[in-house]
Ligand binder design. Structure first.
Ligand code: NAD
Ligand code: ZN
Length: 359
């Protein structure tokens, strides 16, 4: 048995308004006045003075707004890196401000600024050769755990797979729950449920150990308070969900996700369904695998009056179903965690087709 030697984010600041400390945090990291910081910011904030006026831009620093209709693609990473190189060969750092999409983009860009070739060459485990450029993650939406994870999930020409490496985690994270105050309700729920599902899959998986369990239980408890408990003050709910996301990410860091993520990857690869929503659509059909978890999920959904889209798979061809099934079954560690080492005896294309047809 070889145990993972897991890299953690070395510096974190937490607190409402902590975003205002960014200037002070970055100052010692600036190489010189020529080497800029590159801010990748969710384009939802483009006209948001409350946030934009507080971004500490100096000298040749650049702000690049990132669209989030689609999840990050390797090609987009390559284009951004090429553009940034035209500004400066070795910027002082990359700062990602947004949800999972922008945080993943920032991690990938920071890696690729210091590594040769294309982003698609590094999709997999431990393929990155050189440390990334200094990179900072600032979540504005809670749930994915991307702020703490060792991966950056990218869709490439051939696969949807993360760049999993010791160089992927952020050097610094700023957790300011106030930044999440304007997230639309449905999005709050879907990305929040990503966190809830991380906990259920981690806590019910074969890879579970005391490390993962301690973080998973805390995260699950926070999710219950936020989504099922007595009404919390808005600020309190934002604080708790941000910490739930962090702990959920820490839990899967030392275990693995399961059936919902494996199947949701298939949906997202074929139909472009976004991560949080896709997980909800899939999880709703997984009573057989996570009976208690699904029961609680449905209570949360009802309490917050969330409607999930139906019939996503109703007009698919056999070929399309097969593509989804292939992508999903390719996520071997997820099935191994969810169903055990004999998972191939327990799940196959027919069962997956039956489940997908319900979605
Ligand atoms: P997202 O980043 O795609 O954002 C969803 C929507 O919320 C966007 O329209 C965005 O503009 C909006 N938004 C974000 N913050 C807002 C705010 N404060 N106010 C108003 N609107 C706001 O959603 P997400 O669920 O956070 O991230 C999904 C992505 O994360 C996927 O690409 C997925 O693959 C990735 N992911 C990564 C990891 C990891 O460990 N690296 C884990 C899970 C998911
Ligand atoms: Zn997830």
């Amino acid at each position: 048995m070889k145990y993972k030697n897991f890299p953690m984010v070395p510096r974190v600041v937490f607190g409402r308004g902590s975003f205002d400390q960014l200037h002070e945090i970055l100052l010692p990291r600036r190489k010189n006045s020529e080497a800029p910081f590159i801010y990748l910011i969710d384009d939802v904030f483009e006209d948001n003075q409350w946030l934009m006026s507080r971004v500490p831009v100096m000298f040749r620093d650049q702000i690049i707004f990132i669209p989030t209709e689609e999840e990050p693609k390797t090609e987009q990473v390559d284009q951004l890196v090429a553009y940034i190189r035209t500004i400066h060969e070795a910027p002082s750092g990359v700062i990602g401000i947004g949800g999972g999409t922008v945080m993943d983009m920032a991690k990938a860009v920071a890696i690729m600024l210091n590594n040769k070739g294309k982003a698609e060459d590094y999709q997999g485990w431990d393929l990155v050769k050189r440390p990334a450029v200094y990179h900072v993650g600032i979540p504005t939406l809670s749930g994915t755990g991307a702020e703490v994870s060792r991966t950056t999930v990218l869709t490439g020409p051939e696969k949807k797979l993360g760049i999993n490496s010791d160089f992927t985690p952020f050097d610094q994270v700023v957790l300011d729950p106030e930044l999440t105050k304007d997230v639309p309700k449905n999005q709050w729920f879907f990305t929040g449920m990503d966190c809830y599902i991380h906990c259920i899959e981690s806590l019910n998986g074969h890879y579970l150990n005391a490390f993962s369990e301690s973080y998973g239980e805390k995260s699950l408890d926070l999710c219950k308070q936020v989504f099922l408990g007595e009404a919390l003050k808005e600020e309190e709910a934002q604080d708790k969900l941000m910490m739930a996301s962090w702990h959920g990410g820490m839990s899967i860091a030392y275990s693995q996700v399961g059936v919902a993520h494996a199947m949701s990857y298939g949906l997202s690869y074929l139909l472009g369904t976004k991560h949080g929503l896709g997980n909800c659509v899939v999880f709703d059909q997984l009573e057989e695998y996570y009976p208690e978890g699904v029961k609680m999920f449905r209570k949360m959904k009802e309490k917050h009056e969330i409607e999930l889209p139906a019939g996503l798979c109703s007009n698919l061809t056999d070929e399309e179903f097969n593509t989804m099934i292939e992508v999903s079954l390719g996520m071997e560690p997820l099935w191994d965690n969810a169903l055990g080492s004999d998972w191939k005896q327990k799940i196959g294309p027919e069962k997956l087709r039956e489940l997908y047809e319900k979605m």
